[in-house]
Design a binder for this molecule. Structure first.
Ligand SMILES: *Cc1c(COP(=O)(O)O)cnc(C)c1O
Length: 392
């Protein structure tokens, strides 16, 4: 008898040997600055809960009231009978908040990216994507069957050459506004100028900017940019602390997605209680500027203290503060050593990123002492890295 899963086992063994095997740590607390993971209490520097809203009592209360009012299931897709008044209200609120005529909510950001790109471009079209875009954008580009051109990270000249060369019917430029594993930002004004010059649309994934930048209204607001050509997407499971995503654009674009986007049409609507929690989150994001200020203070503190200790982070002004590592093995070893000192920092390895790194994320929920302690422990541990084995 042959083992029917032999090839799968071989693939996983290869990943293990290359220090690329993954497992899922089990967290037995709500998300917050301190979590219990696999039974150990750690300070978390790996969630995307940048504003500390994932367990915010007001959002929890909104979800509970939402469950009491709407039940827990939406019953069907939006086009059949799953589109409830809570979804409708939430979409209006999100559109108004980011200054767009209309918005559409979806159950996840991954789904939103699939929906937008596969609906807007097809075989006769071309999509132009930054090399460091999120995996969900790349998957969406492949699924769309459009000609898929990738330009070097933030390289506007290369993008312009690609735009000038294309015979495509429709052109869509796609970029993360804040790059999820690097923390740096896209040249949004330059991208919009190219979209205008070459009659393209610009699709911006602001998963890590919404709630944080532009007084919470996101990266376009931060840069003071607005254009009907911009199709804006943000996720609601990161700074907003809940789940899902929304697309904000001209009415015609949203109407087109409702009618044409298969990843929107053929899936059950997210529960209305999620929409209620998101609406509550938008209020907190709008009202509590102190969360963004506190996050900025932590970013400055971490960078300054590490620089003073001779430790160079990758260039980033956002809550994502990665530390490049010479190898996946070294990244795992440093992550393990930090864990022994009570810090939880994820080692991010290929194929998620081209080069291994520790991805440190900061939150308004951290206290200053925790950020200082992380910096001090990193400075103490880094010199031992030349012989990574000594760390483990
Ligand atoms: C997290 C993320 C997504 C996916 O959003 P989910 O709601 O987690 O599915 C999409 N784009 C970027 C840049 C992300 O970081």
């Amino acid at each position: 008898m042959t083992n029917p899963f032999q090839q799968l086992e071989a693939d996983l063994a290869e990943r293990r040997a290359a220090h690329l095997y993954r497992r899922r740590p089990v967290v037995s607390t709500p998300q917050g600055p301190t979590v219990v993971v696999d039974g150990v209490t750690l300070t978390s520097f790996c969630s995307n809960d940048y504003l500390g809203l994932a367990a915010h009592p007001g959002l929890v209360a909104a979800a509970q009231a939402g469950a009491a009012r709407w039940g827990v299931g939406s019953g069907a897709s939006h086009l059949v009978c799953g589109h409830q008044a809570a979804h409708e209200d939430c979409e209006r609120k999100l559109a108004a908040f980011v200054g767009k005529p209309a918005a559409l909510t979806l159950a996840t950001g991954y789904l939103a990216n699939l929906a937008v790109i596969t609906a807007l471009v097809g075989r006769e079209d071309a999509v132009f994507a930054d090399k460091l875009n999120h995996a969900s954008l790349n998957d969406a580009c492949l699924l769309s069957r459009a000609t898929f051109k990738r330009y070097a990270h933030n390289d506007l000249d290369m993008l312009e050459r690609q735009l000038a060369d294309t015979p495509a019917r429709r052109k869509l430029i796609v970029a993360d506004a804040v790059f999820s594993m690097d923390g740096d930002t896209a040249p949004l004004a330059g991208l919009l100028a190219l979209a205008e010059r070459h009659d393209a649309w610009l699709f911006i994934d602001d998963a890590h900017g919404f709630g944080v930048l532009g007084e919470g209204r996101g990266s376009m607001a931060e840069c003071g940019l607005d254009s009907p050509r911009i199709i804006y997407m943000a996720t609601l499971g990161k700074a907003a602390g809940v789940a899902g995503a929304f697309v904000a654009a001209e009415e015609i674009v949203i109407d087109y997605l409702v009618n044409m986007a298969r990843p929107y049409i053929y899936t059950t609507a997210a529960p209305a209680l999620i929409a209620e929690a998101v609406s509550a989150s938008v209020d907190v994001i709008a009202d509590e500027a102190w969360r963004r200020e506190r996050l900025q203070d932590h970013i400055r503190l971490l960078r300054d203290r590490l620089a003073a200790g001779g430790c160079q982070l990758m260039p980033s002004a956002t809550a994502i503060q990665p530390l490049e590592m010479p190898s996946s093995e070294a990244a795992l070893a440093l992550s393990a050593a930090l864990r022994q000192r009570g810090h939880w920092v994820a080692a991010i390895r290929p194929p998620t990123v081209p080069t291994p790194r520790l991805r440190i994320t900061l939150s308004a929920a951290h206290d200053t002492a925790a950020v200082q302690q992380l910096a001090d422990d990193l400075i103490a541990l880094l010199p031992t890295l030349s012989s990574p084995r000594s760390l483990s």
